[in-house]
Every structure is written in structure tokens, then in C-alpha cells.
Design a protein around this ligand. Structure first.
Ligand SMILES: *Cc1c(COP(=O)(O)O)cnc(C)c1O
Length: 423
């Protein structure tokens, strides 16, 4: 690891051209790689970490982006996936199988909630949801002997609650399981969960890492800190019959988790990112530090504006003194809390719809974390499949609007909100 600061890493990590080589990361639009001898290829099937064989498993453009994201998070390795959903799926399947159990915060992204609550259950993996703000004793009650993961989001989508990562890490480690943190909203510029004890970080790169709403993608990052040899993870320690009987922990040491994710699950499931999307995501990442600063600054001002408006019931944004997560933001997010705000409008669901339809600058899109200001109604859009009870568990009210504040001029953003609230 070098000592560059995060802003410099956004630009320079991952790809370092040699003399006379392209200055900008090339797009290696190739499915396969040429070798001089069949022995070399045979060797790579034994040790696929020593070179590229096939782009389902690895590709030089993707490799550079993986190294950059791992460096930004302070991890030892990363693996890209086709979407945030597929990253979470591979991250979980890498250490869980039928009969296992996961404990998860209930305030998580709607897609992850459905993956856990419906699809994983169909596959025989049970999930218990907990209130992330409950006491350690209360959360502890959800653990079982077959629990393999504790899961949460650093800034939850869409409730904008902040996860007490140190508390969650203590609970996870006391139970001999890793803490997985979805760090999509915070990004490594604002918060690096490994510094507070998380073991695995997941991102939907679709959001701020790309930042321009052009590529769907995901990534899993390994801190290299978790001890997989504690007896709870035989799939990492015992011989893998699908890989010549190797033990991942014996062969790859503290990179066992991320190597297995790639060489077993990416090999078998094939939910890889295309090199073109890796190139575009890398381009977006080069300005992440500037964008997060402006997103956070603009959102703080919009939150303060909404907070004093008489048509607004409540605003969730952690820099507001009245916010439930004000104290936690000082500890975990001193540089800013990202661009996403949620708030409740007087007049229920209909008033929320009217407000959104009257916005002129902000657009109605099923997306967040874009350079352009966007707005969404979680109850009728992203979280539509959930029952009212599940909505409340995820922290969503029917009159709640989620605003993703962009990097436009702040006065234009506030003027747009003002006229839409008046209309
Ligand atoms: C969008 C999102 C996901 C899912 O990512 P996709 O790239 O859309 O599959 C997961 N977690 C969070 C917090 C998200 O906002």
C-alpha cells in the first residue's frame, strides 16, 4: 500500500502505465488471452491468480478497476460483478449454503431485502432481520449456531440511517462471523468501513462510483482481516473438489475469501462486469472525491431548507441537529453524508406525487447517486413489492420522498424545490 491520500488514489490507483504505454486505462475488449505453450495454460488452470485465461474470470481492464477500488477501501482485493445485486449474491453464496443463516439490519435497500427475504430463503438460507439501532444484547438474540454473516448498510437506502459499524463488528466477531457492509451511499471517500472493523464491503458501483448513471455494476472488497479458519467456514478451509482439492486458506492465506469468490463463484455463475463498463466506471471514479464533496455540501443545504419549510413533516439527513443519527455522523461521516435525503410531505401519498410531478430541474428516475438531481417515491417504486409492515420495517412511510441531490448550482436546486412545494 502506498501513502497517497484518497483524492490521489481516485486518479492514480489501479493502472500504472509503463514507458510508452497508453496514459489512460485501455479497454481490453477480448474474451481470451494468448499463450505460447499449452503447459502455461494448464498451469493457469491450477493457479488462475497468476494470469488471465478467460474474461468471465478476469480481464486486465477490470483488474485495474478492482485494484483501484480495493486501494480506496483499504482492502487486499476486490472482485467486480455485473450489478450490485449480483455482488451481494456472490458475496453471500461464497460462504453460505442451504442450512445456513444470516442476521441482517432491516433498514436495507429494497432489492437486497427481497434477495434475503425471498430468494435466499428459497435456496435454504434463512435470514433474520434486526433493528440496527437496538442494543447489542437485543441483536445478539438473533444469532444461531449456523449464523454465517452479519449484514448492514453504512448509510441505509432510503432511510438514511447510519450504521454503528463498531457495534456491529463487535457483535459479529463475538459470534465468529464476518461483518458485511454495503457502502454504496457513503463511498470510500466519505467512509471506509474496514477502519471500523467491517470484514467485507459491497458496492453497487451503479451509484456514486460511476456517478453519471451510465453503467450497472457491483463490487465485493475483502479486508483480508477475517480469520476463516475458526471452524465455521469449511468451504474455505477444506479441500474444494471443483478445484483439484485445494484449500483456499492454505493456498491463498488471507486472500482466501476473495480468491474463492472469483475462481469458484464467478467461474460457475458468470455474473461478470464487461470491460467497457469497467472502463466507464473507472472514468467516473476519477472525480469521485470532488463529486462527493459537492453532493454532500448541496444535500446539507437542501436538508436545512426543507427542515424549516411548513409543508414538510420531517427530514432525514444526519447533519441536521434534530436527526436521530446526528451523533453517529460526527463519528463515521465527518466529511459529509452523501447527496441522498429523505423527507415526508404533508398531505400523504398524493401530495408526494404532486410535488414530484411539479419539479422541473429534478427528474423522476429509478436511480440515485447521479450527478443530476433526481427524485423517487420509494413506496410506489423501489420498495413496491413490500407489504406495509415490511415498508415500516425498512423505515419507509407512504408519504416519503427520496431526493438524490446532484452537483448543480445549489440555488437552482433549492429554487426548483421551492416552486414545486408551492405549486
Ligand atoms: C442500488 C443499490 C443496490 C443494488 O445495486 P444494483 O447495481 O442496482 O444491482 C444495492 N445496495 C444499495 C445500497 C443500493 O443503493
Amino acid at each position: 500500500m502506498n501513502s497517497w491520500r484518497i483524492e490521489t488514489k481516485c486518479l492514480h490507483e489501479g493502472y500504472k502505465p509503463g514507458n510508452g504505454e497508453p496514459r489512460v486505462l485501455p479497454i481490453y475488449q477480448s474474451t481470451t488471452y494468448k499463450y505460447d505453450s499449452s503447459e502455461e495454460v494448464a498451469m493457469l488452470f491450477d493457479r488462475p491468480d497468476k494470469g488471465h485465461i478467460y474474461s468471465r474470470i478476469s480481464n486486465p481492464t477490470n483488474d485495474a478497476l478492482e485494484k483501484k477500488i480495493a486501494a480506496l477501501e483499504g482492502g487486499i482485493g476486490a472482485m467486480l460483478a455485473a450489478s450490485g445485486q449480483s455482488a451481494t449474491f456472490v458475496a453471500v453464496m461464497n460462504i453460505c449454503q442451504a442450512g445456513d443463516h444470516i442476521v441482517s439490519s432491516s433498514t436495507i435497500y429494497g432489492g437486497t431485502f427481497n434477495l434475503f427475504n425471498v430468494t435466499l430463503k428459497k435456496m435454504g438460507i434463512d435470514v433474520t432481520f434486526v433493528d440496527q439501532d437496538a442494543s447489542e444484547e437485543e441483536i445478539q438474540k438473533a444469532f444461531r449456531p449456523n449464523t454465517k454473516i452479519l449484514f448492514g448498510e453504512s448509510i441505509a437506502n432510503p432511510k438514511i440511517s447510519i450504521l454503528d459499524i463498531e457495534k456491529f463488528a463487535r457483535i459479529a466477531h463475538r459470534n465468529g462471523v464476518p461483518l458485511f457492509v454495503d457502502n454504496t451511499f457513503a463511498t470510500p471517500v466519505l467512509l471506509r468501513p474496514f477502519e471500523f472493523g467491517a470484514d467485507i464491503v459491497i458496492h453497487s458501483t451503479t451509484k456514486y462510483l460511476d456517478g453519471h448513471a451510465i453503467c450497472v455494476g457491483g463490487v465485493v472488497v475483502d479486508s483480508g482481516n477475517f480469520d476463516w479458519t475458526n471452524g465455521k467456514f469449511p468451504s474455505l478451509t477444506d479441500p474444494d473438489p471443483s478445484y483439484h482439492g485445494i484449500s483456499y486458506t492454505e493456498t491463498f492465506g488471507n486472500a482466501a475469501y476473495i480468491v474463492k469468490a472469483r475462481y469458484q463463484y464467478m467461474r460457475d455463475l458468470g455474473n461478470n462486469m464487461s470491460p467497457m463498463n469497467a472502463f466507464l466506471t473507472n472514468l467516473g471514479l476519477e472525480t469521485l472525491h470532488l463529486r462527493m464533496e459537492r453532493h454532500s455540501e448541496n444535500a446539507r443545504k437542501v436538508a436545512e431548507y426543507l427542515d424549516q419549510h411548513d409543508k414538510i413533516i420531517s427530514v432525514s439527513y444526519p447533519t441536521l441537529k434534530s436527526d436521530k443519527y446526528y451523533e453517529l455522523h460526527k463519528k463515521y461521516l465527518p466529511r459529509g453524508c452523501s447527496g441522498v435525503i429523505s423527507f415526508r410531505i404533508k398531505g400523504g401519498r398524493a401530495a408526494a406525487a404532486r410535488f414530484m410531478n411539479n419539479l422541473k430541474l429534478a427528474s423522476i428516475v429509478v436511480h440515485v447517486a447521479d450527478a443530476r438531481t433526481a427524485v423517487l417515491h420509494p413506496a410506489s417504486m423501489t420498495h413496491r413489492q413490500l407489504t406495509d409492515e415490511q415498508l415500516f420495517a425498512c423505515g419507509i412511510e407512504p408519504d416519503m420522498v427520496r431526493l438524490s441531490v446532484g452537483i448543480e448550482n445549489i440555488e437552482d436546486i433549492i429554487e426548483d424545490i421551492r416552486q414545486a412545494l408551492e405549486a
